[in-house]
Design a protein around this ligand. Structure first.
Ligand code: 13P
Ligand code: SF4
Length: 307
């Protein structure tokens, strides 16, 4: 990315000056991901790293709920997000008041909340999960509560996909990811016919029939690891556009076919935005301390499970 070299140099200098670390989600564009990111990965890895970094400042190259999670886990650190408008359709689908109403209606069932939610939603839940540990979290909390029914919110498709892998009854919410819900089983069939040799890898935020038609499903971190381990002739990643670009750089022997849905929220994060965030120490993420303490208990309960 030679055109961006001055900006990249400036960011890397500012990182040292500010004592900052950049947590970059797998959906960041390649110019960010491969140049200024210090820790790259899926939602679980970014949360784990936010909990243990020694840096004074965290810049979240990702969306708002990820920055909030970093702040919840490291309240003494300054957490910056380059663009405050970087939201998420899942996080926008549910409020803390909704979770309180669910608790009142179903007091006997544990509430598992996907990390793609606000701090308030996490605060009223029992435990969080990400796409890489949802099955494990649901099974662990069902055993702890001695129940055959678990509430997993707000992603309807993730909930259905987890339910198909466990014997546990799952109640859910009507939320969805605006990127992954667009993929259809017809897309997979068309891709399969055009590229019969390809390994088709999908994300559990996709509809269940899409997962059934694919060869593997997992979090963005698991998708990248699957390609690395299997080195297929051709790989097709059914997810956000930047994912294939980033994984392709690390797997030069694999041919990537790139069906593509952009996440408009992730794409609000740019190299210039990261530079300005570090230069001006903006936009700082704040979480109400009372909410943060309760939300941290839900995130900590997830992080305490063996990974
Ligand atoms: P993971 O990286 O945890 O798989 O999450 C994907 C996603 O859509 C994040 O917004
Ligand atoms: Fe939210 Fe989907 Fe975008 Fe991830 S890809 S931030 S789940 S809208």
């Amino acid at each position: 990315w030679p055109l961006h070299a001055p900006l990249i140099d400036a960011i890397n200098r500012l990182k040292v000056e500010r004592g900052a670390v950049i947590l970059a989600h797998n959906y960041m564009t390649a110019d960010i991901f491969h140049t200024v990111g210090d820790i790259m990965g899926d939602s679980l890895k970014l949360a784990q790293e936010a909990a243990k970094t020694e840096a004074r400042v965290i810049v979240q190259a990702g969306v708002h709920f990820m920055a909030e999670t970093a702040k919840i886990l490291s309240p003494e650190k300054t957490v910056l997000i380059p663009d405050e408008r970087a939201g998420c359709s899942l996080a926008a689908s549910i409020t803390g008041a909704n979770v309180r109403a669910i608790r009142e209606a179903y007091p006997d069932y544990p509430i598992v909340t996907y990390v793609n939610t606000s701090a308030e939603v996490k605060a009223y839940s029992d435990i969080c999960c990400t796409s890489s540990n949802a099955v494990q979290v649901v099974e662990a909390i069902a055993a702890e509560w001695n129940t055959d029914t678990v509430i997993l919110i707000p992603d309807e498709y993730l909930a259905k996909n987890v339910a198909s892998q466990t014997g546990i009854r799952i109640l859910t919410w009507k939320g969805s990811c605006e990127v992954h819900e667009q993929f259809t089983v017809e897309d997979i069939e068309t891709l399969r016919a055009a590229h019969p040799e390809a390994m088709i890898i999908t994300h559990p935020e996709c509809p269940p029939d899409v997962l059934k038609a694919a060869d593997f499903a997992g979090s963005t971190g698991a998708m990248a690891a699957y390609v690395k381990d299997h080195q297929p002739q051709t790989a097709i990643l059914i997810t956000e556009c930047s994912m294939s670009d980033n994984v392709a750089v690390e797997n030069p022997g694999v041919n990537f076919v790139k069906p593509c849905n952009l996440c408009p929220h992730m794409k609000r994060i740019t190299l210039r935005g990261i530079y300005e965030a570090l230069r001006d120490m903006k936009h700082e993420v704040h979480v109400d301390p009372g909410i943060a303490t309760r939300a941290k208990a839900s995130v900590d309960a997830m992080l305490a499970l063996p990974s």
